[in-house]
Design a protein around this ligand. Sequence first.
Ligand code: B3K
Ligand code: ZN
Length: 886
Amino acid sequence: VKTIYRKDYVAPGYWVDTVEMGFDLHPQRTHVATRLHMRRNHDSAEKDLILFGEDIQLHQLRLNGVDLKRSAYQRNKERLIISNAPDTVVLEIETSIAADKNTTMSGLYVSNGNFFTQCEAEGFRKITYFPDRPDVMATYTVMLRADKKQFPVLLSNGNLIEQGDLGDGRHYAKWEDPFKKPSYLFALVAGKLVCQEEKYRLKSGRKVLLQVWVEEGNLDKTQHAMDSLKNSIRWDEERFGLELDLDRFMIVATSDFNMGAMENKGLNIFNTKYVLANSRTATDADYAGIESVVGHEYFHNWTGNRVTCRDWFQLSLKEGLTVFRDQEFSGDLVGNATGRAVKRIEDVRILRQHQFPEDAGPMSHPVRPDSYAEINNFYTVTVYEKGSEVVRMYYTLLGHEGFRKGMDLYFQRHDGQAVTCDDFRAAMADANGRDLSQFERWYSQAGTPRVKADGEYDAKRHVYRLKLSQACPATAGQDHKLPFHIPFAMGLLQQDGSEFALQLESGKAHPQAPRSIILELTQETQEFEFHHIEHEPTPSLLRNFSAPVILDFDYSDAQLAHLLAHDSDAFCRWEAGQRLAMRRLLKLVKSVQNGEALALDDMFVEALRKTLVDANLDPAFRELVMTLPSEVMLAEEMEIADPHSIHQARRFVRASLAQALKAEFLSVYQDHLTPGKYKPDAVSAGKRALKNCALSYLLEWSHESTYELAYTQYFEAENMTDKVAALSAMLHCSSALQPQYQARRAEVLQDFFDEFQHEALVIDKWFSLQACAPSTDVKQIRQLMKHKAFSLANPNRARSLIFAFCNANPAQFHAADGSAYELWGDAVIALNKLNPQVAARLARSLDRWTKYPVAQQEMMRAALQRVATTKGLSKDVAEIVNKALA
Ligand code: B3K
Ligand code: ZN
């Protein structure tokens, strides 16, 4: 497999100014005629005219009006090269595609009889020969022709300028996108679709047309996507002064999609999962997901589309920034400080659960990678979520106004350009007169830095001394790391829970000094002295998770309980509870391994009890505190992971809490019912989350009455959130396997399937819930794979069963006999043929194989090797398994 390096970047030999395309759409054979106006880039070392093309038939190639003979160009499986071309070129290309045979969901493909495209990162080359690289930006005119009955709707980027009949049952639509764009933002959609539409008035007074396109029968599920779109448009105007630049903005949903959604200019294509919702079929989490993905894709219009990436190594330029923007959007929409903090905690949890393990494993790479074999493998949590943390650090260092100044300068300098992460950093630095050269290391060095904090109180001088040191573990190809520029937010709590004024210079006391400050850690080790600290404080460190690092501080239990009870920083408050829990869980895992009796101390139970019943706290926040660190996070904390002991230890803590706090859980449950019409807002969702958290604990306390509670909630629920929560509690609790509950469990599962068998997204949940249940073993997964509703070819369905099992059911996935690794191998190999991108994602489930006991390692290695030696392996999967085995 060939590796591509960032250092080898060469500007394109030719620019493309305009692209004209004509499509004759037929599922079996779509004919594409393309005309490119090209001109030589005299600044490039590349002298040839290089086009990419994959899996397409070439019928004609004409250069400046003359047919090119076969000897006038070189062609292989990936490229077409014309040497000695003149400086100005009009290139005409005729190609054809068998879209109905395309199971990769990249390029032009058919889903449920309709045409869709997916061109990022390198799908446009499966439609026509083209310099398919993001730094080649052109304006596009697109003519679509198709059978009118079968494909009544014909959509592409930009504005619709003409449409009409062609005779013989065919019709056409002509689209023009006035903005220059890279080819990865090209899109077309054709088929039987209907839309919800609305005229929307921008702040400037200009009116735009907004449309959400879905299959007939789903029009009752588009309102939330439409609302989210309008919120996004308003938010970008208010927060960043960025206006929608087109007269029309379309969202189209398809049930066959490799990822969440795609930001094609003016024509966003979405996985149905991130569009369709009503209270009957979608949960609070689904509603929140739709809001953030609709926002994310809309925000790309400026951060990604108007200003795009010079090359794919710069992917985080648009993705990190756009994730930051969508996180801020969701936070701002909640509108209050705790709601914002809850969102922040959820985002940090995702980072720790997924990105920290990635950064510690064989796929570890910098936010701006140095090399790749298959770029689609680098749409990672590192590029997205850590990338967003990097953008957030500018925000923390420069402040709200400073960050906005940096964004303004970025657009002023680079609108219409394809640029690099360095260009973004320069805009932030220059707009604020700051030197951010050391900050570059966040882009170039992989691995999660560790910050060690030590505090010392000098009672005589009333000084608290905080020593901070940083280190970053070696990662593939990077043995030695240089210090990062780390914004470190902190405060010091007094005994009564209030905060000391933070004064870094001695002399007169300044009671007005801030109570929370941001230290800048740039050296390996630095010391800070705080003056006029009257008694020994409890430090509140890395507030709001101000940097993507692991913080080590030797807290006592008492200090953690103090923070959990009083910290004004909600993140640190939550974190204190997580630390208390993590400590106990890790000790209990050891006890399980040693066959010792398990016990949970009162101090911990008391600390959680206080939070659980504290009516002054946001219910959503209380739910987060009550959620123990996940099994995956526990495994990451251990030298040698032991999924079975981890599962038992965690289960024990949940059961003990349930036992000790059953009265509290019961009253919390009853106090947080949300009767009346379903509303997905954060406050109502928070209440449901806490209530359903209480329910799930109550079921850990094995008792007839609590099982009854879930059973009743299941049948009486008027929204999917409550229904699925009840079902999940019944399937996932420790009593789930007791014989007296077997019948009930089977009954609700069947009922759920019967009621929702025509709602694909709900059936995904049905598979997922079973895949994650602690009682579901490999055999049952194989059984479910034979279910009439299962299909490996549909990515959502494959994810709902196979991915869920391999990634979210560690105790079963790591069954001692290795049978689940075999299932994993079978699925990766089968998917490899159908859809390499999805196969490569699943391949990553074995990333952390060296973390397990030797016997398990051997079985995982064998499974990886079996995949690695499979004939016809895609470069997508090959890159992943080869890195894992390296
Ligand atoms: N930019 C797309 C992701 C494309 C993935 C290609 N394998 C969605 C997004 O980040 O908004
Ligand atoms: Zn994105």
